[in-house]
Design a protein around this ligand. Structure first.
Ligand code: NAP
Ligand code: HSE
Length: 436
């Protein structure tokens, strides 16, 4: 059986997992690919660091360009992260006519348009299944499995670290910082974990999903991004009492005015399957006009789940590397000549319903002031609870669920509420989605 030689940029969590699976499942993999796949060259920053994989038989370097420039290497697998050096290395590999596999969502979300154009010009493939939702084959599902559909919307829990933190906070009352440290220890978090907790990583992934769903260029800079750092245990508990779960969702929906592209904590009814996706697991719900709702579930981070997606891409590349370029799956699902510029809807134009938590003086007339502000702006209340002030406290928490309203109207109402003398601090606002 002939051999395909690959070079790895990075031997960390995902790189190490990739080496391990390629060794352990070598026979099954070669039966599927039709060729043996061998890692011949790999780069890491520190060659003395202990590794999760056995690197014997692999040429090692601290200079990733050595791997890209190695004439033996046919496929460059980028598992370093970042979008500076990684971009240069990927473009260099493409320029040398090498195929690329990457797990790097920041790279694809920010530079994918240029990278895919370069790859197309050179007749090579850039595969990126592992960049979205870890081990879930969501790129393949949307790009190939749903290709008959006009996709209407998609919504997903697409950051494993964030979901792990929210789950631990809810189930065990664990401190935010402690859970984040555990996620880092387990290899789930990004090199800069603010990417996970501030929603940037999810926005990278959502940008990619939206492009392959709607056939538009990658537009990461237009994504609305809000993290999970302001969520309190109190919000988690109030949501539960009202029959909801708080999940950090990426949502993209086609509307008459443009495409919504937003990442934020979201209340979803607890009866929805996706509301019960816990820990590091991810799930993506995709609504197609023909198939209806489909749900994809699996581990969103970690060494072998992610490496599973990386190697599936390598196998795909190996299977098609000698095939005519026209027979390959287009990078963004739609033929590149058919990619259309579609406006991304400004967040102020988005319509959702809301959960509001307001800390208000516990005295007559305050509730009337609040409802007046909402009523004046045409915001109707669906449910409301007032919690008893805690012992020794003068303020009570008022929790309101509203019907759908445009975000800019809600912003205006929140500004007015926060300026009331009876209100303390900021109004906590969490958007709600029924996902029905
Ligand atoms: P990681 O554990 O930090 O591994 C990064 C690897 O790249 C390390 O081996 C590091 O070397 C090497 N490296 C970094 N900069 C380098 C440089 N300038 N020259 C040579 N080697 C360099 O990261 P990871 O978690 O595997 O993530 C890798 C990529 O996969 C990222 O794009 C990430 O977003 C993506 N991803 C990760 C997961 C996950 O669950 N971890 C899931 C999906 C996608 P040293 O080991 O010597 O430091
Ligand atoms: N840091 C990412 C997460 C890795 O936690 O989801 C997988 O992309």
């Amino acid at each position: 059986m002939s051999q395909v030689k690959i070079g790895l940029l990075g031997l960390g969590t995902v790189g190490g997992g990739t080496v391990n699976i390629l060794k352990r499942n070598a026979e099954e993999i070669s039966r599927r690919a039709g060729r043996e796949i061998t890692v011949v060259h790999a780069a890491a920053r520190d060659l003395n660091k202990p590794r999760i994989c056995d690197t014997s038989g692999i040429k090692l370097t601290t200079n990733p360009l050595d791997v890209v420039n190695d004439p033996e290497v046919q496929i460059v697998v980028e598992l370093m992260g970042g979008d500076g050096l990684a971009r240069e290395l990927v473009l260099s590999a493409i320029a040398q006519g090498k195929h690329v596999v990457t797990a790097n969502k920041a790279l694809i979300a920010k530079h994918g348009n240029a990278i895919f154009a370069a790859a197309e010009a050179k007749g090579v493939t850039v595969a990126y299944e592992a960049a979205v939702a870890g081990g879930i084959p969501i790129i393949k599902a949307v790009r190939e499995g749903l290709s008959a559909n006009r996709i209407e919307w998609l919504a997903g829990i697409i950051n494993g670290t964030g979901n792990f933190i929210l789950t631990e906070m809810r189930d065990n009352g664990t401190d935010f910082g402690d859970v984040l440290a555990e996620a880092q220890r387990l290899g789930y978090a990004e090199a800069d974990p603010t990417f996970d907790v501030e929603g940037i990583d999810a926005a990278h992934k959502l940008t990619i999903l939206a492009s392959i769903a709607f056939g538009m260029p990658l537009q990461f800079d237009k994504a609305y991004t809000e993290g999970i750092t302001k969520i309190t245990r109190e919000d988690v508990e109030c949501a539960e009492k009202l029959g909801y779960r708080i999940k950090h969702l990426g949502i993209s929906r086609r509307t008459d005015k443009g495409v919504e592209l937003r990442v934020h904590p979201t209340l979803i009814p607890e009866r929805r399957l996706i509301a019960n996706v816990d820990g590091v697991m991810n799930a993506v719900l995709v609504q197609g006009d023909a198939v209806g709702p489909t749900l994809y579930y699996g581990p969103g981070a970690g060494a072998e789940p992610t490496a599973s997606a990386v190697i599936a891409d390598v196998i795909d590349v190996v299977r098609t590397m000698d095939a005519p370029v026209e027979s390959r799956i287009p990078h963004l699902a739609f033929q590149s000549s058919a990619i259309r510029d579609i406006d991304i809807l400004d967040m102020g134009e988005v319509e959702t319903s809301y959960y509001l938590r307001i800390s208000a003086a516990d005295r007559p007339g305050v509730l009337a002031e609040l409802t007046q502000i909402l009523g004046d702006r045409g915001i109707s209340i669906e449910a409301m609870i007032q919690q008893e002030p805690a012992e020794g406290e003068r303020n009570a928490n008022i929790i309101m669920l509203t019907h759908k309203v445009q975000e800019k109207r809600m912003n205006d109402a929140i500004n007015a509420i926060e300026s009331l003398e009876a209100i303390t601090g900021e109004v906590m606002r969490i958007r709600m989605e029924s996902l029905g």
